[in-house]
Structure formats: structure tokens, C-alpha cells
Design a protein around this ligand. Structure first.
Ligand code: 9MR
Length: 591
């Protein structure tokens, strides 16, 4: 998109935002100055409290269905068929309560979970405008899933995006990456500085054009897990990519694009380069316009363990497609083992940003979780108990997954694929860990006035992905126990993402009534389309304000700006879209 987005219009209030810079320096500290809000507290109260908020796409028939209503006097609500204009369900509103992270405004809940007839509806409550219309049907998230997965095709490096796959977002190939230089920080005797290597393919990480092994790790894992846990859903699924008509499911065709890049990031000794980027951020330009030199930079324990985990997993997941990919699985496993061995011998090679580099860091100095995850994947693939012992050695608590915290990925793989080969007592202890994490999330949504499992610590850079990774945990608890409270919790998180939140946005481009139009995504900002590439989940609200844009609302849950300027709330990345894909596949497989 070539519009200048320094102006934001929010419910009739015109705001000027600091923007227009193509720089994207994530390493700046949070500003200590009081940020300026151009809206009075009264206007803020009014703006945040005028609409009925709900999942703007709609609901699966057999699902929790809740809308959030402003604090009106009315104590009842109606569900109206927009086809016949008749009232099909009536209910009582809950009492009013507030979510302190979203400010003072109180809201009520309208719960129509008991209604499950397919159709198109809206909510009517006296004293407030009717809600937008929404669907109740079995396929309500089908095209959303496909678009969320197809985002990876749109973000492919080294490939032209062509008709008919690219629709209006066709573009020239960028970053062939056949002549990439080895940066001094990654050099060895055999590959001294400025040695040229070839490292094509892969996905652009985000709104920038870098390729980062650490973030590729969790992203590729999550997509491979979606296939590994729900193969039937993907069997005949066609998302219209160039490989759609081959013998491999599309989700595995898409992940192959990134795996084939990851392979090239391994040095001759088994260690893995941390990232492949230009020295500085690219300009605001289309991929083919960025002609600067690209480098592999750093060689780290974290990158080596990410590659070990993902290639070990890939060598297992692609097993049914061996004949289409001769020798691949064996080569991946060999690479995974070599990367693991390098990491064991070099456990403290942390990423340090060189002085001449300012692209993203993905730095991490706590690597127990990466060791545990790689060991778990190697164990499930090889069944070699030495790797299980390594997992036990490094296992150290559980948390919601993120690019830097991957202990849960080990737990997920062991629980989903390890029951037959893990001692029952050990397996039960893994399950206890999983369920205590999930039970805590159930408590969180029961306590929350928007009925969503989100707490202060979730409102970080990429809060929407923190939310969806919680939904992934909940869906796995549902698979392990068949208890509906977990699935309800996951659905409530999806509802939050798709519009039932204090910002009123559905946070996925192209899906909902009010969606991000100006994501921090260089392709969408630089092409000639008004609409951004569809199916992209933006990072979401948090109060860090690292981009120093002018935010209207300062409360963490409302601090979101649909503006190119806002790289800390409105960027998109491969690791954030992945749990959206997983959760939608999981929801499709359960009822
Ligand atoms: O997702 C990353 C977030 O956790 C960090 O706080 C932030 C600042 O270091 O960087 C984010 O990752 C960005 C990466 O460095 C470069 N590509 C875009 C990523 C998403 O903003």
C-alpha cells in the first residue's frame, strides 16, 4: 500500500501519529516520557464503550457464544435472525464488571451458547446499536484458516508470487539469496569472512525481509504440529499454491519451502548461523527493490538447537511422502544430529549483535528449554532413549510458548506422539504439567469480564500470539481429556482475536468488519493494493510503545494502532500466524 498513514481515524476522532520512518529499531528502550493521548478521558470512555463486541466472523454451532455489551440499563438481550428479522433466542445479561487492564468502563456479557442453529444473526440490546451480523455454521473459520496458512506463501523469499495463486498480491521475486556473505561474526577457518554461500528460499520473518533461524524454529514446528496432530484435516486441503496439485498436503508443501532454507543455514561443522539479513533494516520497498548485500550473521547454540528440533521433527512428519522427497528425511536427521552435537559441545554461544548490524536480534541466554525441545524431537523421531534422558536433564518447568520459551513444544510432542514409548509414570507426570498449565488458563477466563484467558504478563510485543498459544495449550488439553471447558477457553480466545476485545478490531487482515488496513508489513505498505495481504495476524495491543507512535489509549489492552508506524503493535510475523493456523485446525477436528 502506498498511502501515507500518518493519519488515523478512530470512530470519528482524527489523530496525527508520528510515522513515515522506514526504520524499525526494536532494540530501543521503552520510552520514559509520558506519551501523549489526543483524546480526553471522557471521549476515551465513550469510544471504548459504544459497540457490542463479538467475534466478527461468527461461531461454530457447538461452541461457547458470548458477546460483550456496554454497561446499558437493560438486563436482557435478543438474538435476531438477519434473514427473517425474527427473535430466535432471548437471554439475561450478566451483571456489569470491568477488566482493569482495559480501564474503568464496565461491560456485561450476553451468553447465547445454548443456541446452535446455523444461520446469520445479530444481537439486539435496548440502549445500544445492534451488533454487526455474524454467522453460526460449521465452516465459519474455514477460509480464515486457509488464508492464515497462505500468508506463508505470500511471505516467501526467492520466489515470484504469480497468478492465479497471488490474486491481487502478485509481485516479483525478491532476495534470491544465492550469493550471501558470511559475516565476521559467523566466520570460521573454512569459511572466512565474506565467503559466499547460497541460502535461498525460506519465509520473510515479518514486516522486514530478514530470515531468522530461531523464529523459524517455533513457526515451522507449529505448522508441522498442525499437520502431525490433524492429518485428516489437511489431507485434501487446497490453499491454492503452486504445489497444490502434487502428492504432498499443502501445509507440508509450504513448510518445505522454509525447511529447504533452514538446511542451508548449517555450517560445515554442524553449528547453525543465527540469521540471514542485510546489515540494517531494509527500506520501505518491495522485496525485489532491496538490492543490498545479505549476510549470514552469528552462529549460535539457540539456532543450532532450533534447527535440530525442527529437522528431527520434519524427518518424522514427512515419512508418508518419502517417495516424493527421496533422501530428504535421512539428510534432515543427519543434520539435526550434527546440530545437536555442536550445541552440546558449544552450549554457551549466545547471540551478540555485532556493531555493524541492526536487524532483529532474537537473542536468548536461557537455553534449557531449547535443549529439552531438541532432545524431545530427536527422541520421538529416533526412539533412542539417550535423547529422552537428555530431555529429562534439561526439563525445567512449563510456560506458554514463544520464540524464546520453547519448553512447551517438547511437552506437546511427547504427549501427542510419545504415549507408546514413554514409561507410564513419566507420561503421567508430563500430562500433569500440561493440565496444570491448562487449568490455570481456565481459571483466568472464568475471572475475566471479557471471558478471555489474558493477564498482565500477556500484554507484550505480540500479545495476540501469546493469546493464541494459550488457545493451543487449551486445545491440546481438550484432546488429552475430552473436557469441553478447555475447548471453550480456546474458543473464547479466538473470539477475542476476531473482535470481542476492547479495541473492536478483528486482528486478522481481511477477516471481520473492522480489520487492520495498515499493518507494519513492507509488502502490503509498498504495493499498489489498498487491502493488505489477507490472513495476517497483527501483534496486538500492549503498552510498550517502543515505536513512539501516538497512541489513543494508554491501557495495555487498548494500546493498539492500525498504522504502519506502529511496529510494536501492528507488525505481522511467521511465529504469530502459526498458532492461529494450529488452533483453527484443532477446532475443526473437535466438537
Ligand atoms: O517478536 C519479537 C519480540 O518478542 C521482541 O520484543 C522484539 C524486539 O526485539 O522483536 C520481535 O521480533 C521482530 C524481529 O526482531 C525482526 N522481525 C520482526 C519481528 C516482529 O516484530
Amino acid at each position: 500500500m502506498n498511502l501515507t498513514n500518518c493519519i488515523t481515524i478512530l470512530s470519528g476522532v482524527l489523530l496525527l501519529s508520528a510515522c513515515g520512518s522506514s526504520s524499525n529499531d526494536k532494540s530501543e528502550p521503552i520510552t520514559t516520557q509520558d506519551p501523549v493521548s489526543t483524546v480526553t478521558p471522557e471521549e476515551q470512555q465513550e469510544l471504548s464503550n459504544v459497540n457490542i463486541k463479538l467475534n466478527q466472523l461468527g461461531f461454530l454451532p457447538n461452541a461457547d457464544k458470548v458477546a460483550i455489551i456496554p454497561n446499558v440499563e437493560s438486563t436482557t438481550f435478543e438474538l435476531v435472525s438477519s434473514e427473517t428479522d425474527s427473535v430466535v433466542f432471548e437471554g439475561n445479561l450478566s451483571g456489569a464488571s470491568s477488566w482493569e487492564l482495559a480501564g474503568e468502563a464496565k461491560t456485561k456479557q450476553a451468553d447465547f451458547s445454548g443456541f446452535n442453529t446455523q444461520g446469520t444473526y445479530f444481537i439486539r440490546v435496548s440502549g445500544v446499536n445492534d451488533s454487526s451480523t455474524f454467522e453460526i455454521n460449521n465452516h465459519v473459520y474455514s477460509s480464515l484458516h486457509d488464508a492464515a496458512l497462505k500468508f506463508y506463501y505470500f511471505n516467501r523469499a526467492s520466489q515470484e508470487i504469480i497468478e492465479p495463486y497471488g490474486e491481487q498480491w502478485i509481485r516479483a521475486a525478491g532476495h534470491l539469496d544465492q550469493q550471501v556473505k558470511v559475516h565476521a561474526s559467523a566466520a570460521t577457518e573454512q569459511r572466512p569472512p565474506l565467503t559466499v554461500i547460497s541460502s535461498p528460499k525460506g519465509w520473510y520473518d515479518a514486516g522486514d525481509y530478514g530470515k531468522y533461524v530461531v523464529n523459524s524454529g517455533i513457526s515451522t514446528y507449529t505448522l508441522l504440529a498442525a499437520y502431525e496432530h490433524f492429518p485428516t484435516f489437511y489431507q485434501d486441503r487446497n490453499i491454492t499454491i503452486p504445489e497444490s496439485n502434487d502428492a504432498i498436503p499443502d501445509i507440508l508443501n509450504e513448510t518445505l519451502w522454509n525447511l529447504e532454507w533452514l538446511e542451508t543455514m548449517q555450517d560445515l561443522d554442524g553449528g547453525v548461523y543465527h540469521k540471514l539479513t542485510t546489515l540494517n533494516w531494509p527500506g520501505l520497498e518491495m522485496p525485489d527493490e532491496d538490492q543490498r548485500d545479505r549476510y549470514v550473521i552469528g552462529k549460535t547454540t539457540a539456532a543450532s538447537l532450533n534447527l535440530a528440533a525442527v529437522l528431527a521433527m520434519a524427518s518424522r512428519v514427512y515419512e508418508p511422502f518419502e517417495s516424493s522427497l527421496p533422501n530428504k528425511r535421512e539428510a534432515w536427521l543427519t543434520s539435526a544430529k550434527a546440530a545437536w552435537n555442536w550445541a552440546v559441545e558449544n552450549p554457551n554461544e549466545y547471540y551478540q549483535q555485532p556493531e555493524d548490524v541492526s536487524s532483529g536480534e532474537y537473542g536468548d541466554i536461557v537455553l534449557n528449554d531449547e535443549f529439552a525441545w531438541a532432545a524431545a524431537e530427536l527422541f520421538i523421531t529416533t526412539k533412542d532413549v539417550e535423547y529422552l534422558k537428555q530431555f529429562q536433564k534439561y526439563r525445567n518447568g512449563q510456560s506458554v510458548p514463544s520464540w524464546a520459551s520453547v519448553s512447551y513444544l517438547a511437552l506437546s510432542t511427547l504427549l501427542m506422539k510419545g504415549e507408546d514409548i514413554i514409561d507410564p509414570i513419566e507420561f503421567q507426570s508430563l500430562k500433569t504439567d500440561q493440565l496444570s498449565l491448562a487449568d490455570n488458563l481456565v481459571e483466568q477466563y472464568k475471572d475475566n469480564s471479557y471471558r478471555v484467558s489474558l493477564v498482565t504478563s500477556d500484554f507484550v510485543w505480540g500479545s495476540n500470539a501469546a493469546a493464541l498459544n494459550k488457545a493451543l495449550i487449551l486445545m491440546q488439553a481438550n484432546q488429552l481429556t475430552d473436557e469441553s471447558k478447555y475447548r471453550d477457553g480456546a474458543i473464547n480466545i479466538l473470539d477475542y482475536i476476531l473482535g470481542r476485545n476492547p479495541t473492536d478490531y478483528s486482528f486478522v487482515t481481511g477477516f471481520g468488519d473492522k480489520t487492520p488496513m495498515n499493518p507494519h508489513h513492507r509488502v502490503s505498505e509498498s504495493d499498489n493494493n489498498i487491502e493488505p495481504v489477507p490472513g495476517m495476524l497483527v501483534g496486538g495491543p500492549h503498552a510498550g510503545r517502543q515505536d513512539k507512535c501516538n497512541y489513543v489509549f494508554l491501557e495495555a489492552v487498548k494500546s493498539y494502532l492500525d498504522d504502519w508506524c506502529s511496529f510494536s503493535t501492528n507488525e505481522v510475523t511467521i511465529n504469530w500466524n502459526a498458532p492461529l493456523v494450529y488452533v483453527l485446525a484443532a477446532l475443526n477436528e473437535t466438537d
